[in-house]
Design a protein around this ligand. Structure first.
Ligand code: NAD
Length: 495
């Protein structure tokens, strides 16, 4: 990959650090090589980006929605022609293997395609003759009809703050629909995947997006905080861990912004005794260890019900042993590195804690055959995990699967209901009765039945519940259109 300098993109131009006192070393986690020094800028850079977006807003919002979408149609073509380049960038900067990196780009393109429907999605409603009126003085009883219309209008400057784990896709949950609806945008991506984000934004210019409509500020907490509280920002879309999501939601709403904040997760997968065994093991395997467990839809708690444990536990351990932990660029890579050494420490600490808390360590990722480096840990499986253990309750965000055996369907569903998180829950079964009980009673907003990662396509909202989401309108789907627009109601009569 050609190393792109870590620069802001403001008003269509690359902008060097604006007074940053420190920088962040953005690395290739497979090798430890520093790819870029990312300026940890704050208020000055954010203000420049928001001003550029505010200046671009009048012309962009006045551009017919169909013309705005033409730019997105072009952008899709640009992304298709840069597909391999973006894939390589993700493999290098994030550490994903090639199929996972391709999935990241493809799911991002899905969001562009959906945003191209903005002319239909933004349509308002009209109800003619909603009432009849006479004049105030009642001297004339004219029965004049009143017509009423609702139309959707953009908000102004919107902001997005994104995590590291889907460097191309998650920013595309936000800015394409925001700009399709006529807003302008400032993106603050994760400092850990800055180069992918810069490329994503620069390619939009190549597709013909006018300067200032989409801007990007690099940085960490200072940049986020300045953006969330900037007086000209109308809406904040955030994706990241739960403690930060909670804080961003509180700060943004206290500052008078609308906010949607997607947080972390601890997702349960129930395996019923009647499940198709091969499909259940394969589904759990991909959910727990795909993307090295760094998905908000990663299944991290497997709940075999009754005697399902007899076949499920040995089979999942056996299957996990077959995953090759390697650099994402390795053609046989089943699981790449974690994003950084701190994540690796968090995962190995969770393994130590799990042993101390009394869970059975069936597969120890520290012992896996894997490349040298600070970011690798192999698939790890604990059995006989119980509620209250860190392994049961906290998001580890790495390749650690906790098995929590339960005797009955009721007990298993109850685990999902007790969890403070509510992103997703999955069941493997061949029973329609069990599946129907599960889909209506599980305590999560995204449900998989015989599907390990029930990721909604872009036409549906990404519907986390409880501590996995703060706000009321989710990312994607029609929720996104509502989030990025305001309703204007017109009532009229003509004499
Ligand atoms: P993170 O919370 O550390 O960082 C996310 C973003 O917030 C980054 O841009 C970061 O620079 C910024 N940030 C960090 N601390 C901040 C603070 N105190 N104030 C303001 N901004 C701050 O998350 P991460 O490690 O990059 O990503 C992993 C997390 O994201 C996991 O918890 C995962 O479950 C979650 N996630 C959730 C979803 C979802 O849709 N629910 C999707 C993807 C990832």
């Amino acid at each position: 990959m050609s190393v792109v300098p870590a620069v802001h993109v403001i008003n269509g131009a690359r902008v060097e650090a604006m007074g940053a006192e420190s920088s962040f070393a953005d690395i290739n986690p497979a090798t430890g090589e520093v790819l870029a020094q990312v300026p940890l800028d704050g208020e000055a850079a954010v203000d420049a980006a928001v001003r550029a977006a505010a200046d671009a807003f009048p012309a962009w919002s006045a551009t017919p929605v169909g013309e705005r979408c033409q730019v997105l149609f072009s952008y899709k073509q640009v992304l298709e022609s840069h597909f391999d380049e973006l894939t390589d960038m993700i493999v290098e900067e994030h550490g994903k293997n090639v199929p996972e990196a391709r999935g990241d780009v493809r799911r991002g393109i899905d969001c562009i395609e959906y945003a191209c429907s903005a002319p239909s999605l933004m349509m308002g409603r009209t109800l003619p003759r909603i009432a009849v009126s006479s004049s105030f003085s009642r001297e004339r009883a004219e029965n004049i009809p009143l017509d009423s219309t609702m139309e959707r209008v953009p908000l102004g400057v919107c902001a997005g703050i994104t995590p590291f784990n889907f460097p191309i896709m998650v920013p595309m949950w936000m800015w394409p629909m925001a700009i399709a609806c006529g807003n302008t945008f400032v993106l603050k991506p994760s400092e850990k995947v800055s180069l992918c984000a810069v490329r994503e934004v620069e390619l939009a210019k190549e597709a013909g997006l006018p300067d200032g409509v989409l801007n990007l500020v690099l940085g960490g907490v200072d940049a986020s905080t300045s953006l969330i509280t900037h007086e000209d920002v109308k809406a904040v879309s955030f994706v990241g861990s739960t403690p930060v999501a909670r804080k961003v939601y509180a700060t943004a709403t206290a500052a008078g912004k609308r906010a949607q904040c997607m947080g972390g997760a601890k997702n349960c997968m129930i395996i019923m005794p009647d499940a198709n065994r091969e499909a259940a093991v394969d589904g759990v395997l991909g959910s727990a260890f795909g993307n090295t467990g760094q998905r908000c839809l990663a299944g991290s708690v497997a709940i075999p019900v009754g005697d399902a444990a007899d076949w499920f536990v040995p089979a999942i351990v056996d299957a996990a042993k077959g995953i090759k932990t390697a650099a994402g660029s390795d053609a046989d890579c089943g699981m790449g590195p974690l994003i950084d050494a701190a994540s690796c420490n968090r995962v190995t600490t969770a393994i130590v804690n799990g042993v101390e808390e009394g869970a059975d360590l069936l597969l120890d990722g520290r012992e896996a055959s894997m490349p040298d480096g600070d970011c690798f840990v192999g698939p790890t499986i604990f059995d006989r995990v119980t509620p209250g253990m860190i392994l049961a309750d906290q998001e580890i965000f790495g390749p650690v699967l906790s098995i929590m055996r339960r005797d009955t369907l009721d007990d298993a569903i109850e685990v999902t209901r007790q969890s403070p998180f509510g992103n997703m829950a999955v069941m493997f079964t061949s029973s329609g009765y069990a599946a129907n009980r599960f889909r209506t009673e599980a305590g999560a907003g995204m449900i998989g039945i015989n599907v390990g990662v029930p990721a909604p396509m872009a036409v549906f909202p990404f519907s986390g519940w409880k501590d996995s989401f703060f706000g009321s309108l989710h990312a994607n789907g029609e929720d996104a259109v509502r989030f990025f627009t305001e309703c204007r109601i017109l009532v009229s009569r003509w004499f």
